[in-house]
Design a protein around this ligand. Sequence first.
Ligand code: AN7
Length: 359
Amino acid sequence: MTTHKRYTGLIEFYRDRLPVSANTRIISLGEGNTPLIQLQNIPRLIGKDVDIYVKFEGLNPTGSFKDRGMTMAVTKAVEAGSQAIICASTGNTSASAAAYAVRAGIKAFVLIPEGKIALGKLAQTLMYDAKIIQINGNFDRGMALVKEVAGLAPVTIVNSINPFRIEGQKTAAFEIVDELGFAPDYHCLPVGNAGNITAYWKGYDEYATDRVCGNRPVMCGYQAAGAAPFALRKMIDNPETVATAIRIGHPQSWDLAWNVQKQSGGWFDKFTDGQILAAQKMLSQYEGVFCEPASATSLAGALHDISAGKIPEGSKIVCTLTGNGIKDPEIAMLQCSAAKPVTIDASLDAVKRAILDGL
Ligand code: AN7
């Protein structure tokens, strides 16, 4: 007999590990259950015996991992009777907040740094009809303003300082263990506010404590060189990077992330925009996986640490690809400006010649 079971999002799926009750109205867009893709060509290319998996979070409903946290944060905001949510954002949080607010039938206010949001993220947030407030300041300034205004107006903050965000996002670690049967030796991810690294560790730690798996990974947090407060061990005031998603100098989960580093025996490091973009291109051209620039920081770091021997051969590694490449078409077009499409006459002969030339 065939039984049909519709996947209806991560809260339903991991309900017994999340703070919901039987009466909770769940606000979901079917987030989670993203593919864990084993890289086939890149390990061969670098000549190393390593198993590298990418957790492709760009396939969530709004194209980033934020949806995992947002389903939980908006569900709890609605349960508490909130009529409006607010966030500061480098783009993905605002898109996700806007979508889940629509789903819930409440208002979303988003503060974004003017001119520093990838085009796709702005387009999404406009389409979801959020109240967009652009500021002539960076994410860190926006975050400070959001914290202040939330004390004065009836809005729920849905940045990752909202603990329900972390609860939702920890399910990515559950999915990885459920699929592999173990936790990886190393888990690599890009770090901005450090909510996600905190969430993954919480997920792995819960599973290991409950003996769902026997091990916990070493957590490797990678940043862009121009926005690397953890790698530099101090907050910075004017972060700059092509990876606008992680253009953050004053991370909100500072202490939590240092605890993750200590408990997991992990480390932070930083990589140049050039290294980040090279990793983004590699994933696209060798594996068929198109992630946004910030996301590729995880692979840039992993490849560096594999080659340096910090991550030894024989390791099982998971890299989180936090967002979809389609979110930032402008950077992709810039990166590929040398590879212009050929333009030909619309004739059979010309098409045939183009194919023969291209083989
Ligand atoms: C693609 O959207 O902070 O370390 O406001 O969009 O948990 O902050 C985005 C962060 C990595 C960093 N990759 O995660 C926002 C925002 C992508 C991101 C991060 C972000 P955290």
